[in-house]
Design a protein around this ligand. Structure first.
Ligand code: DP6
Length: 328
């Protein structure tokens, strides 16, 4: 075993993933495909080294619940190529993003962990195989192996081998901006994994959500290829609001938004009526993400920063591929 360090950037789904298909829970198979944009700056940096025993530090602190998830994921990576016992690992991770606030720390976190662990264990895996492994840690992590615009296919196989992401277009395909509008501080109340299980179990809209997602993916991919922002924005908003409708109809309801979330959404629509090309999406958290043109980003950010209750607005360009290096 070697020591290796990986960096993976977070991603925001333009066409959403919500729900798992039946099968082995450890495979973490999504019920629907998804399409995402990887972001600059917001990233996880993870080092995996040989250790005396397993240890895990996130931003310099230990966290027993997270350590157990990390150890389980190291086992998956190791067992993909080795029958014997896994060597103990010292894992250190730094998140350059707000953890558990609906900003997909699990996406960049599990992507970086998968990449660093595979390199540390000296496994010869291609990015597709790494993506399928990352998916078992968190579905959205499968997409963070690549920069730019990425599609995660739902796949059909029970072993998940065909459920992996693939890059559609690199970051320089289309110079867009994504504004992250922070509407709250602190972690979200219900994590995605539990939330989507509840939706599948109780939301009468869940079957409709699953049945209509493939068409959204195709529309999204076509709009991306054509660099057609109104078309991409329309299907992105539709996917987002269908997911939130499915969440709202969950028992008990999953409402990830607060009043500021809604005010920010209305502000984006007001900006659109005023002629700006801006489209919203939001995930399992209260923040609002706005897709727009680079030349209109500053004006939009200023409008959104002025909405009462908004804490901050980050402006982010498309980000790079995940990367890994062996350490001495
Ligand atoms: C709303 O990837 O966090 O952000 O696979 O259970 O770890 P698990 O879920 P996760 O869910 C992401 C849900 C979402 C939409 C998306 O990113 O596609």
């Amino acid at each position: 075993m070697r020591a290796a360090r990986a960096v993976a950037h977070t991603n925001i789904a333009l066409i959403k993933y919500w729900g798992k298909r039946p099968g082995d829970p450890d495979q973490n198979l999504p019920a629907v495909g998804s399409l995402s944009l990887t972001l600059e700056r917001l990233r996880s940096e993870t080092t995996v080294r040989p250790g005396e025993r397993d240890s895990f530090q996130l931003d310099g602190h230990s966290d027993p619940a997270a350590a157990a998830k990390v150890a389980r994921h190291l086992d998956r990576v190791w067992r993909s190529a080795n029958p014997g016992p896994r060597p103990p690992c010292a894992v250190d991770s730094t998140n350059h993003l707000p953890t558990a606030a609906g900003l997909a720390s699990s996406a960049s976190g599990f992507a970086a962990l998968t990449l660093a662990a595979a390199a540390a264990f000296e496994l010869d895996l291609d990015r597709g195989a790494l993506s399928a492994l990352a998916r078992r840690g968190s579905g959205s992590a499968a997409r963070s192996l690549w920069g730019g615009f990425v599609r995660l296919d739902r796949g059909e196989r029970p072993d998940g081998a065909d459920c992996r992401a693939r890059p559609l277009f690199p970051a320089d395909h289309w110079d867009l901006r994504l504004l992250v509008v922070h509407t709250a501080k602190g972690p979200k109340p219900i994590g995605s994994t539990d939330g989507m299980q509840r939706s599948a179990d109780t939301s009468p809209y869940y079957p409709a959500w699953v049945a209509t997602s493939e068409a959204d993916l195709e529309r999204g991919e076509r709009a991306l290829a054509a660099r057609d922002l109104p078309a991409l924005g329309a299907v992105m908003e539709h996917s987002c609001f269908k997911m939130h409708a499915c969440m709202l109809a969950t028992v008990p309801p999953l409402i990830y938004w607060n009043g500021t979330t809604l005010a920010a959404i209305h502000e984006v629509w007001a900006a659109r009526r005023a002629g700006l090309e801006a489209y919203v999406t939001s995930d399992a958290g209260p923040h609002v993400k706005v897709l727009c043109r680079p030349d209109q980003a500053a004006e939009l950010a200023a409008r959104l920063a002025a909405v009462p209750g908004v804490h901050a607005v980050d402006t982010l360009a498309p980000g790079p591929d995940a990367r890994v290096e062996l350490l001495p």
